[in-house]
Design a protein around this ligand. Structure first.
Ligand code: GLP
Length: 264
């Protein structure tokens, strides 16, 4: 696991660089990249930077497939906080990706287990995720894998914790009762199948979750700790989110001393 501590805009540039490299590398092989995309505020600056590169530099997402991490259960198709709509607004509508190539778990499915199995199959059929953008909740959840999630889990229904619903109430006019109680989420094993995981976290409120994720014991109590087992996980954090890291000085030295060819 690599930890990069830098100001927010630089983190977004680094993440966008990685996405761009994957797009170009796959294109050079005559294939299309498969992106794993996340909702929440953490990846927004990355989407801004990717949209800028699309508009100003011609970076193309044509043919790229994108898979979302999670979705609320039961939000109507036109609800602005339905994650499929959030992704459309923040990312898909701003680049030239085909909307049909953006998929998420179906939170309105009548047969939820079948919808979750179909989603796993779709990711596999696409060839798996090349690079997965990820945030982390204050309770250490990744996607919507709340504390107690199986480290071997696949896409399934979960009940949101009170903490997560309170954290997300800001998107529902501050009213926690309007935040759905259930979600569909890629499992921890699904996320672990991505070839490169880029986790972004900014702000003091993420410091404990980041400390646990990077330096704590691997445990279902802090689901993001499973990433310690990932062969290529990059944790991009600002100073505030890094403020509880015990080895922060070492992470800084390591990044500063990196050979320029290595990338993240
Ligand atoms: C939600 C999402 C997660 C996201 C988390 C953190 O619960 N399901 O994917 O990582 O929020 O959100 P934010 O980035 O806004 O802090």
């Amino acid at each position: 696991m690599e930890v990069v501590i830098a100001p927010g805009p630089e983190l977004a540039r680094l993440a966008a660089d990685t996405v761009e490299q994957v797009l170009r590398a796959r294109a050079a092989e005559g294939r299309h990249a498969v992106l794993g995309i996340a909702t929440g505020s953490s990846p927004l600056a990355v989407y801004d930077e990717l949209a800028r590169r699309h508009t100003e530099e011609g970076l193309s997402f044509a043919g790229v497939r994108a898979f979302m991490l999670d979705e609320y259960v039961g939000l109507p198709v036109d609800h602005p906080e339905r994650y499929r709509n959030v992704i459309e607004k923040e990312f898909a509508s701003r680049v030239d990706i085909d909307p049909a190539d953006v998929q998420g778990p179906d939170g309105l499915a009548s047969d939820i287990p079948a919808a979750c199995a179909a989603y796993e199959a779709a990711i596999t059929e696409a060839g798996g995720v090349d690079v997965q953008l990820l945030g982390v909740g204050t309770d250490g959840h990744i996607a919507f894998n709340e504390p107690g999630s199986s480290l071997a889990s696949r896409t399934r229904i979960k009940t949101l914790t009170r903490q997560t619903r309170e954290d997300n109430a800001r998107f529902f006019d501050g009213d926690v009762d309007r935040v759905p109680t259930h979600c569909l989420t890629q499992g921890l094993a699904t996320i672990m199948s991505a070839r490169h995981v880029l986790l972004l976290a900014t702000g003091k409120h993420k410091a404990e979750a980041v400390h646990q994720l990077v330096e704590g014991p691997v445990s279902a109590m802090w689901p993001g700790t499973v990433l310690q087992h990932h062969p290529h996980a990059t944790v991009l954090v600002d100073e505030a989110a890094a403020s509880r890291l015990q080895l922060a000085a070492y992470y800084r030295e390591t990044f500063d001393a990196k050979p320029s060819w290595q990338g993240i």
